[in-house]
Design a protein around this ligand. Structure first.
Ligand code: NAI
Ligand SMILES: O=C(O)[C@H](O)CS(=O)(=O)O
Length: 477
């Protein structure tokens, strides 16, 4: 059984006399580990360590050395794919095939960051474009900002942690991480790899515990220069207020629209929605939640979708043949079931699934929903897709945009002109054509608008946000 404390200034601090939180396998509720929680003094020590290490070490470390540490960490992680994947399946409950996918993506994040460390360019500015700027040279440097505080959610505990730690190290910063207390174990295994790869002590610190307890002292400490948060909107926007004038990145939730026109490749669209709605039991912020299907193909689409959804094998995440595992807690599964009941009471029809056994929620398809129902207008974060029909392009654009959120969208059509019209009309941070909203590659700019957040991740873009652009001017005479 794993038992980890906080990792501060290059060592695991004492676990004695600390409050403990058990980490359970959501599939069978077995305890797989526990964490000993940090207190507010520990948070301060972690920030002090990160601050000293930034000023004395990381700020001065050459790019090739930062790059090499990241490259070595990537190689180490790749060599331990099975161990990490197993732990992800145990702590999150995702099928082992998806966990291996998360590890493979995490390796790529490290490799992108390793390359990014060497290509953090400023630009040359032609000063003589301004009257009076003759005989002067101008350029910019990308300079690190210092200590970064990172707060992460449960659903992709390795990759989403790396989307903060890897760009921070690549750009010469230091970081204090508060991982999700439901899935904190993989972040410590990751920490150990960084240590083995030669990352100086204090460059990456982890404080263990609940957000309620640790986030305020972390975010409000004056030595922290930037806060990067991934998680729910309810928490994220509170953190933004706490952070006051600090730089803040918020990666929050959504209810992604996916639009299927009557000229789309039906098989491709259906397979994409099956993947996009049920990956990680729907617990992805870009999960395909609202599916708008053109009226001409609505019945055929629905019939084929239901057929495929009913075949999804739900069960033990460690079984290689399992396609969907449990939700993270019984409370989360119960909430999803209540939302379905509420929708049904208001006229919705459950066409597949709808039931649960403990944390195991059946892959669910509902129709006859309205835009006021929670399963449509709120973030469902469960294996539930709502299918609606439309007749006109203009109408479906309005429906897709009728949301407080705006993270990713998917559009299926063979008409490039229409696709490009939707690219411009749909209000999201990213849009896919002939691919489902859930698709994410780790080097694309990723982040939402509206209530879905502020700023972008994706290694290069996170590095931009973790640096300042400093102007340098030289006058010749
Ligand atoms: N846009 C994106 O990239 C992503 C967004 N998410 C969003 O994350 C949410 C699901 O993850 P959860 O872990 O359930 O989110 P959550 O918001 O409950 O927790 C995220 C982090 O915030 C901390 N936290 C919780 N309550 C807090 C409080 N009152 N004060 C301060 N900190 C607090 C937690 O300890 C955890 O570390 C969904 O809304 C999902 O859409 C998840 C993954 C990616
Ligand atoms: O990395 C991803 O695939 C997503 O960011 C995870 S989530 O945002 O969809 O939860």
């Amino acid at each position: 059984m794993y038992h980890f404390g906080s990792m501060i200034d290059g060592r695991e601090i004492s676990k004695d006399g600390r409050e403990e939180i058990e980490v359970c396998n959501p599939y069978n509720n077995e305890i797989i580990g526990k964490i000993s929680c940090a207190n507010h003094d520990d948070v301060r020590s972690a920030i002090d360590s990160a601050y000293q290490t930034y000023n004395n070490v990381m700020k001065k470390m050459p790019a090739h050395q930062r790059s090499e540490i990241l490259r070595k960490t990537a190689d180490l992680l790749e060599s331990k794919t099975d161990e990490f994947a197993r732990l992800l399946s145990l702590e999150v409950g995702k099928p082992i095939t998806e966990s291996k996918g998360e590890v493979a993506r995490a390796v790529q994040v490290l490799r992108f960051a390793s390359e990014g460390a060497k290509t953090l360019y400023g630009e040359q500015i032609p000063l003589d474009s301004a009257i009076g700027g003759e005989n002067q040279i101008g350029f910019t440097k990308k300079v690190p900002i210092g200590v970064i505080a990172a707060i992460t959610p449960f659903n992709f505990p390795l990759n989403l942690v790396l989307h903060k730690v890897a760009p921070a190290i690549a750009s010469g910063n230091t970081i204090v991480l508060k991982p999700a207390e439901k899935t904190p174990l993989s972040s410590v295994l990751l920490y150990q790899l960084f240590e083995e790869a030669g990352l100086p002590k204090g460059a990456f610190n982890i404080v263990m515990g609940t957000g309620q307890d640790l986030v305020e002292p972390l975010v409000t400490n004056p030595k922290v220069k930037k806060v990067t948060f991934t998680g729910s909107g309810a928490v994220g926007w509170k953190i933004k207020e706490m952070a006051k004038r600090k730089k803040v990145t918020l990666e929050l939730g959504a209810n992604a629209p996916n639009i299927i026109f009557d000229d789309s490749h039906l098989e491709v669209a259906i397979n994409s929605i099956v993947q996009g709605g049920f990956t990680n039991a729907g617990q992805a912020c870009v999960s395909a939640q609202r599916i708008y299907v053109h009226e001409k193909i609505y019945n055929e689409f629905l019939e084929k979708l239901i057929e495929k959804v009913k075949l999804i094998k739900v069960g033990d995440p460690l079984d290689e043949t399992t396609q969907m595992g449990p939700m993270i807690t019984e409370e989360a599964a119960n909430r999803a079931q209540l939302w379905i009941k509420e929708a049904v009471d208001q006229g919705a029809v459950v066409l597949a699934g709808g039931n649960r056994q403990g944390t195991l929620f059946e892959p669910t398809v509902i129709s006859d929903v309205t835009s006021e129902m929670k399963v449509v207008c709120a973030e469902v974060f469960a294996p539930i897709v709502s299918v609606m029909q439309f007749a006109e392009e203009k109408e479906v654009i309005e429906k897709a945009n009728d949301s407080d959120f705006g993270l990713h969208a998917g559009v299926f059509t063979k008409d490039i002109n229409r696709a490009m019209r939707l690219v411009d009309a749909i209000e999201t941070g990213g849009i896919w054509i002939n691919e489902v909203s859930v698709r994410r590659y780790d080097h694309i700019p990723y982040g939402g608008i509206k209530r879905s957040g502020i700023g972008k991740e994706g290694v290069k873009y996170a590095m931009e946000d973790m640096t300042e652009t400093k102007f340098v001017g030289i006058k010749m005479y």
